[in-house]
Each structure stands twice: as structure tokens, then as C-alpha cells.
Write a protein that binds this ligand. Sequence first.
Ligand SMILES: Nc1ncnc2c1ncn2[C@@H]1O[C@H](COP(=O)(O)OP(=O)(O)OP(=O)(O)O)[C@@H](O)[C@H]1O
Ligand SMILES: [Mg+2]
Length: 341
Amino acid sequence: MILEKLIGRFSTDIAMDLGTANTLIHIKGEGIVLNEPSVVAVSSGSEKVEAVGFEAKRMFGRTPAGLQTIRPMKDGVIADFNVTNRMITYFIKKILKKNWFIKPRIVIGVPTCITQVEKKAVIEAALMSGVREVHLIEEPMAAAIGANIPVHMPEGNMVIDIGGGTSDIAIISLSAIAYGESVRLAGDSIDESIVRYLRLEHNLNIGIFEGERIKVKIGSAYPELETLSTEVKGIHVQTGIPTSITIFDNEIRETIQEPILTIISAVMRALEKIPPELSADIHSNGIYLTGGGALIRGLDKLIEERTSLKVYKPDEPLLSIVKGVGAVLDSYEKMKSVCIS
Ligand SMILES: Nc1ncnc2c1ncn2[C@@H]1O[C@H](COP(=O)(O)OP(=O)(O)OP(=O)(O)O)[C@@H](O)[C@H]1O
Ligand SMILES: [Mg+2]
């Protein structure tokens, strides 16, 4: 115990949101020190890492032969173990500039319903990057802690975390997930639906990050008061000629409706499956909506309409998970019971 305290004093402990779209790191006592895309550029022959994070995302779709950009996380879990490991190592080295005197402890957020094999992969990838111990916490639990929800109380609270790869729906009570469901469909699927729409309806080929840009610029789940539009540049499917068109929010709203309604169906399923006591709590407490997907215009309103429950959104939904994982790390001895490993 004394030794542990001593080690704690000399090590820089880390909280990480290892997301499909973004990786965020919080250092104990300091706050958020890194927020970068989960993208790595690797040279094909030598497997050498050429760029990570923002720099690699800028290269996406623009790489010459011999260089490829990889998103090593898919659907909230590790899709490419080696590249994920190298990405974690790079980010940790970047924030801990000096040589480590004592290796850090790390707490990492993972989706609910992640398999044992997937958990093991996260733990191993972190250990290989040189940390001394790894703890995992389910992301909706982290989001709830980050929002100051009293997770230890015998009272149900519902969290919906819509990220890039997964939408996690969870009901939390007594420091545990009383009901959890992970739908492997979130921001990325919404972007893909926009790419597909432009190809089929406008004969325009665009990349996935252009699909994301359109979603952020004019995407909405509920009709807005003002009309939004954006110019889209792509390649004409038949002629191969660079072409640009203007598209409007109503087309995109219709296009992204299917993935959004699938996520809302999972929410409805959760509400049907839980016991009446938890259901009554959620009727009084409402739903807490977080993750980058919470920023889709009007999504809170659509969920309110479909569920008849009040939906609350934090000011910075992209930071919710790392804030919660950071809060657990900062008071680790008191909070460690919420970790799952
Ligand atoms: N303003 C915005 N409007 C709509 N969507 C947005 C906005 N900003 C970010 N997003 C989307 O949020 C998603 C990323 O959210 P987040 O960082 O919470 O995901 P993640 O944690 O990396 O993924 P996961 O939790 O699935 O592993 C992306 O799909 C991104 O396009
Ligand atoms: Mg996430």
C-alpha cells in the first residue's frame, strides 16, 4: 500500500478514450492533454509509421503509392493490433516527453458488450506501449461519471453514447451497468450513407471524410428552421471528371434517417426490457446523450419525440468519456470499483 502510494507519486498516470474516430488522453491532475484522430500513416513495404493523428488524417485518400493511411480501430474495438499498439505508443510518448522514471498506470474506456478477446487486445496493446498496469472502464459509465451523475446510488440513469463506430446504450445503477447494448453503427455508418447517396443519386464519388464534413456542416435528424446547403466536390461516376454540386439539408436528413432510426430502435428496446423500477427512474431522470453523434442537429429532439423522455446533452459531448475516465483516474482508490478489469 505504502509502496503503491510512493509509485503513484512518481508516475504520470493516464486516462484514455481510445475511440474509433478520436483518441483523447487526460493526465492525472492536469486534465486533457491530447485529442487527435485515431489514424496512422504507414509505409507499405517497411511498415514504418510515417504520421499519426491529425497529420495522418490530412493524408487520408491523398497518399502516394507505398504509403497507406489506416484507421486501426473499427466499431469501437481494435481492428489492427500492431497499428493500434504503435498509435498508443506514439501518443503516450508525445505527452510524456521526458523519460519515464516509473511507468504510468492507464485507465482506458471501452464499449459495453466488448468480448473477452477484444478486452485482452486493448490490455495487451497498452502494456506493449510500456505502461505498468491497465484498467478498463465501460464508456457509458465514464460518460455518466463525467456528467456528475451519482452512479453509486440505487437509481437508474440512461446514457446514450454515439461515437464513430459504436452507439452504446446503458442504464447505470449501483456503480454498474444494469442494462447495456452496443450497436456497431454510429457516426461512420452515417458518413457511409452520405457517400452512398451521392454516388447513387448524384453520380458523384466522394471520400469518407468528405461524407463526414457534409454531415457536420448540414446534417440534421429533425427539420431545422433555416435551410442549410454546402458545395460538394467529387468525381463524376461515369465521366471521371472532377465535378461540384450543391446539396441541401433535407436530402441529407432523409439519407441519414435509416442509421439514426436504427440507433433509436436500440434505445426503445432498452426501455422495453428494463424492470419497472429502473423505467420509473429514467422517466424522472431523462436520458443523457453524449459522444460526437450528440452534435447531430436535432437528434436530441428526435429522441425526445420518439421516447417521450427528456434528453440532456453536455456542452462538449466529444470530451465526455475522457473527462469521466479522467475523474476515475484522479480518485482511483475511491472509484476503482467502477472499473471492469
Ligand atoms: N458537429 C458534429 N456534428 C455531427 N457529428 C459530429 C460532429 N462532430 C463530430 N461528429 C462525429 O462524431 C463522431 C466521433 O465521435 P467520438 O469522438 O465520440 O467517437 P469515438 O469515441 O472516436 O468512437 P467510438 O466511441 O465509436 O469508438 C464522428 O463520427 C464525427 O463525425
Ligand atoms: Mg467513444
